[in-house]
Design a protein around this ligand. Structure first.
Ligand code: ADP
Ligand code: MG
Length: 696
């Protein structure tokens, strides 16, 4: 059963003092729309304001509280306008500086007034100084308190003081009764929710700071657990919702699939066979398949997709095969034609750049069912495309498609009240923790083995200053035997994110340089601005060894398959991310000959770039590289468009909290079946109306 969280209740946000429209808008920016969201808005860190230091004796390496009398204050124009004041207590004096200030603030700074300052003291040119301290002018006779002061994540224009006050109100007016019975939380020594929340908002001053900031404290673990559980429940609810519409059962008749397998020049690897079986079983069911097929570059995902498509055709239905770029889609189209046309299967091609006439003919053939497998870019899923009987969607590099496109795509073929099966393919290996959390609503198949006979790629780093020697070496290797080895090379041009035009210019210039230095070699150029047909012509020339060197922008990142190409140079490799480097490098090492990849870098290397390039040199394991990438960039970037799910995790850390994640993952399905009301209450508390985020 799908849990439908109740719509957010009308919270008395407005009725409480302090919740002005301006504040509400700022809170909304932080994703806080209900009092209970605010109650669960927990501190990033804490400051100790329980002790008042004499100005000259305050430690200088951390936030402290001092108090004194304003001796003078004035607005000065040094490099810029600033408010400068002098504050003194019995021990000495310090200078306070504000670079940004409001007129109202300026007014507060009157000589003779008592002020409390919270901030770091530094020894500066003018003696002791505090820049932009937090200040308090009122209530200074009240005792200092014995709680740590929370510092919350905030947004422009919402001060910590205001936020603290609003959170305080929220805590007063929100019921924080436990959504989970103690029988669930006790075995993991997780304290009650309310106690944990209140503690984290204002821990006593003698609390050990380390577990608090490192978020190991049991109170933190309780919140992380609840959050992870809410995420798992959401994913499961989404999965259940998607399964409500039945799919057509595709019976594995084996007629066509057996024929294809018999015609291949290779046998499936054990890993391929395993995932083929998993997919075959799914397709046979009336529940729509939602499966992610993961396999490193070159692991052989296309043949697995082709076999699935044949199972659709065997049942007199259609399959659609979509890829994010024209180059990639066309490559699939060619591959499928090579394999399936001899078997009499009719394959269609649809892309945005197609001529109108051609496109209309294809559309008609798709609508009549004449085309059995349609291959193309996202053009496949525009409104005009009507399938006769679509039962299977194959999506390559699924993370490159936007959320909207995926939703649109899912609605295709469901006109007749049936949902198509879906197989999503990805060459971005997804670390286990990510797969368990962000993809909990998908089944995952992994091809964890490369076809036999591949030799590992040898990767080296080279300083750009040795560029000319490298060009000579590449030239030598590419010359025909006996002078050279008749090799073929990719030369990948630097990524210039800021400007596509500049990137193009660089590619053209690199092509010219190589041509000038190696006049006897055939050197081609391919980049994103070329029309699809020309791109394909260049790629084909390279494939048929009519070109020795292919200068390319990152368009060759996905899907190019030229086994004779054994050399790759990646120019300015320090600008690229790990995933991209790994994808690029995967273009070589596809044949039986040893392959080499040279990462050309511009010194000096930053620390992150150095780490990345070292990892590339040492590892060809996509999973290891992805784990490191997750470490460096965080899940949002690694998953591309699917990062919409990221806001669901504010506290938990996928790497550090794997134990809690596993518990939550096991608990969620049991909760949904045994105690759906508990699950619903928990979702309402944590997610409220935010479930839509994960719909795609
Ligand atoms: P990817 O997983 O990166 O999409 P491809 O499907 O393009 O990989 O396969 C890479 C190459 O390996 C292709 O030339 C393909 O025909 C070949 N191939 C696939 N499976 C096998 C296998 N079991 N044995 C040998 N070669 C294979
Ligand atoms: Mg592929």
């Amino acid at each position: 059963m799908a849990v439908q969280p109740t719509p957010p209740s009308a919270d008395p946000f407005l009725k409480l003092p302090g919740f002005t429209d301006a504040n509400r808008q700022k809170l909304a920016k932080l994703g806080l729309t209900r009092l209970q969201d605010l109650a669960l808005h927990l501190p990033l860190r804490y400051e100790d304001e329980t002790q008042l230091y004499p100005i000259t004796q305050a430690p200088q390496d951390r936030v402290v509280v001092v108090e004194g009398v304003i001796k003078k204050s004035e607005v000065q124009i040094r490099q810029r306008r600033q408010l400068i004041a002098e504050v003194a207590d019995s021990s000495g004096r310090l200078i306070v500086r504000f670079l940004n200030f409001y007129p109202s603030q300026q007014k507060q700074w009157q000589a003779g007034k008592q002020v409390r300052l919270i901030g770091e003291i530094k020894s500066g040119f003018w003696g002791l100084e505090m820049v932009h301290p937090r200040t308090r002018f009122n209530g200074l006779d009240a005792p200092l308190g014995n709680k740590l002061t929370p510092v919350y994540p905030t947004t422009n224009g919402l001060s910590q003081d205001t936020l603290q006050r609003l959170v305080g109100l929220a805590l007063k007016h929100t019921a924080l009764d436990d959504t989970l019975p103690a029988s669930i939380t006790a075995p993991y020594k997780l304290p009650p929710l309310e106690k944990s929340v209140r503690f984290l908002h204002s821990p006593p001053v003698d609390t050990d700071m380390y577990p608090l900031t490192a978020r190991h404290h049991p109170a933190w673990r309780r919140l992380k657990f609840d959050e992870l559980l809410a995420q798992q429940l959401t994913l499961l609810a989404n999965r259940a919702k998607r399964r409500e519409v039945p799919a057509l059962s595709l019976i594995p008749k084996g007629t066509l699939t057996a024929k294809l397998l018999a015609s291949l020049p290779f046998a499936l690897t054990a890993a391929q066979q395993r995932v083929v079986d998993e997919i075959c079983r799914d397709l046979n069911r009336t529940v729509p398949m939602q499966r992610l097929l993961q396999g490193d570059v070159g692991s052989g995902k296309t043949i697995v997709a082709a076999l699935a498509a044949l199972q659709a055709v065997e049942n007199d239905t259609q399959a659609a095969f979509m890829a994010p770029t024209e180059l990639l889609a066309e490559q699939h189209y060619r591959k499928l034609n090579e394999w399936l046309t001899p078997m009499g299967i009719r394959i269609g091609w649809l892309s945005g750049s197609q001529k109108k006439k051609e496109r209309e003919t294809t559309l008609a053939a798709i609508a009549s069912g004449d085309i059995q497998i349609a291959v193309g870019t996202h053009a496949l899923f525009q409104d005009k495309v009507q399938f006769q009987n679509l039962s299977l969607l194959l999506v390559d590099e699924q993370h490159r498609f936007g959320v909207g496109q995926r939703l649109q795509l899912r609605s295709k073929g469901s006109d007749d009240g049936r949902a198509p099966h879906q197989l999503m393919m990805s060459a971005t290996p997804i670390p286990r923790t990510l797969a368990m959390s962000y993809f909990a609503d998908l089944d995952v198949s992994v091809i964890d083995e490369l076809p036999p006979g591949r030799t590992p790629i040898i990767t080296t780093l080279l300083d750009n200053r040795k560029r000319e020697q490298l060009i000579e070496r590449v030239g030598n290797a590419c010359r025909p035997a006996p002078v050279g080895q008749g090799a073929q090379a990719y030369w990948v041009c630097p990524l210039i994110e800021e400007s596509e035009t500049l990137q193009l210019q660089t590619a053209v210039a690199t092509h010219e340089t190589l041509q000038a230095m190696l006049p006897d070699l055939r050197i081609g150029l391919v980049h994103g601005k070329l029309p699809a047909s020309e791109k394909q012509a260049v790629m084909n020339a390279f494939k048929h060894h009519e070109l020795d060197i292919l200068v390319a922008t990152t368009v060759i990142e996905v899907g190019v398959d030229v086994p004779n190409a054994t050399l790759m140079v990646i120019d300015h490799a320090e600008r690229m991310g790990l995933a991209q480097l790994h994808q690029l490098r995967g273009r070589v090492g596809r044949g039986s000959k040893a392959s080499y990849c040279t990462l050309l870098f511009q010194a000096p290397l930053g620390e992150i770039a150095q780490t990345r390039l070292d990892l590339m040199r040492h590892s060809t394991d996509g999973f290891e590289i992805a784990r490191e990438d997750l470490h460096i960039r965080g899940p949002g970037e690694l998953l591309g468009n699917r990062q919409s799910g990221v806001p669901l995790l504010r506290f938990a850390d996928l790497e550090k909290d794997i134990d809690l994640l596993e518990v939550a993952r096991n608990l969620a399905p049991r909760l949904l079946t045994d105690a759906p009301d508990v699950a619903a209450a928990h979702l309402e508390r944590w997610i409220g109306n935010r479930t839509g985020l994960l719909d795609a």
